[in-house]
Write a protein that binds this ligand. Structure first.
Ligand code: XIL
Length: 365
């Protein structure tokens, strides 16, 4: 009898024994919460993984939406508000209003924030695209990074410094991998990436600095090209902390198995870099079914849970109705329903939610 009691008492501790050490995440207050966690963030804490979501400023007024967000998540990315077009729409005119509202909401709810993103070809104001002089562009880039990081200093846990610098012939990461011909690449060369990281590090020695991209999750040309790029950056001593796997899975982006994700994560971890899943959604476009989606949510979450260097999973939207894929032209899925997230339109948990929890707690599918 005594033996059973002892085993029962140890079980919750054993369940948490695989937890990674992440100094930024408090130890679970009750070890029982690792067996039957009541929220995603509780489940993530057992594995040293922050669980994240996104927020648009207009959503702050939606009480149901933000209550669920604060209940389930402990990491947040402004979906659009910290992009260049919103922060510096005109040269020298900085507008932090919407972003501040989001960051204030997060701080009030003890949620860490990742700024997204300092240098990106998209959602970039035309005035930057129109620059033709390299020195001028370098100054503009440095000013943007300095002003923006300065404004949010101490309130951001991390920044995506460069987003989506690599291009392939298909959006799924296949064919002719190369640097994307953005205004930054055209005027400053491939070195603009190193430059941006150095500029960012100069502003803040403590904040995490990430490179972020999509369709780097499967066995494909883009993932291999990324790996070589990162290897070079590490060898050159570029101040990069880690890589965000956007993890937009499904048409038109790549479809990766859990094993492929694990392999790509491992070789990046071997470079000494941290990994985050930064924009996860798995869409049903192209006739995919829910069983496939659920299994993949489980397997990809498990790849992160089993990788000591994987420190966060952020989902790109809270409920299916608010997914960016519903309106993104590129999804090629406008007449179908992408239904790519963990909660349905009524904010009810879907089976995808349960599979993420299962993967984090070690329960079988
Ligand atoms: C998307 C937002 O979700 C949309 O609201 C917006 O209209 C376009 O951008 N990769 C990224 C994100 O890095 O910033 C994109 O977010 C989705 C793809």
């Amino acid at each position: 009898m005594k033996q059973y009691v002892l085993i029962a008492a140890l079980l919750p501790l054993l369940a948490c024994s695989t937890a990674k050490t992440n100094p930024n995440i408090a130890e679970p207050t009750s070890s029982n919460s690792c067996q039957t966690p009541s929220t995603l963030k509780a489940a993530g804490e057992c594995k040293g993984i922050m669980m994240g979501n996104v927020l648009r400023q207009q959503q702050i007024a939606n009480v149901e939406h933000v209550a669920l967000l604060a209940e389930e998540f402990n990491y947040l990315t402004p979906e659009n508000a910290t992009k260049w077009m919103h922060l510096q729409p005109e040269r020298g005119v900085f507008d932090y209003g919407k972003a501040d509202e989001i960051v204030n909401f997060a701080q009030k709810n003890k949620i860490k924030v990742k700024g997204h993103c300092l240098v990106w070809h998209s959602q970039l104001p035309q005035w930057v695209d129109d620059i033709t002089d390299p020195d001028e562009l370098k100054t503009v880039m440095e000013t943007h990074i300095a002003q923006v990081m300065g404004h949010f200093k101490g309130r951001m846990y991390a920044w995506d410094v460069v987003n989506e610098a690599i291009k392939t012939d298909t959006d799924a990461g296949d064919g002719n991998p190369r640097m994307r011909k953005t205004v930054f690449q055209r005027l400053l060369g491939d070195e603009y990436i190193d430059m941006a990281f150095k500029m960012a590090r100069k502003q803040d020695p403590d904040v995490k600095l990430y490179y972020n991209d999509y369709s780097i999750d499967a066995n494909n040309d883009k993932a291999d090209y990324l790996y070589e790029m990162l290897k070079g950056m590490v060898q050159r001593g570029v101040p990069i902390d880690g890589v965000g796997f956007q993890m937009h899975i499904g048409t038109p982006n790549n479809i990766a198995t859990g094993a492929e994700v694990a392999k790509n994560m491992q070789r990046i971890a071997d470079l000494g870099l941290e990994i985050i899943i930064s924009e996860m959604d798995i869409n049903l476009c192209g006739g995919r079914n829910e069983a496939w989606q659920q299994a993949l949510y489980h397997d990809i979450t498990l790849a992160c849970a089993e990788q000591p260097a994987c420190s966060a999973i952020t989902f790109w939207g809270l409920n299916d109705g608010s997914s960016w894929l519903n309106s993104w032209e590129g999804a090629g899925c406008k007449t179908e329903k992408p239904m790519p997230l963990l909660f349905d339109n009524k904010y009810q948990k879907k089976q995808t939610y349960e599979e993420v929890i299962n993967a984090l707690t070690g329960r079988e599918l």
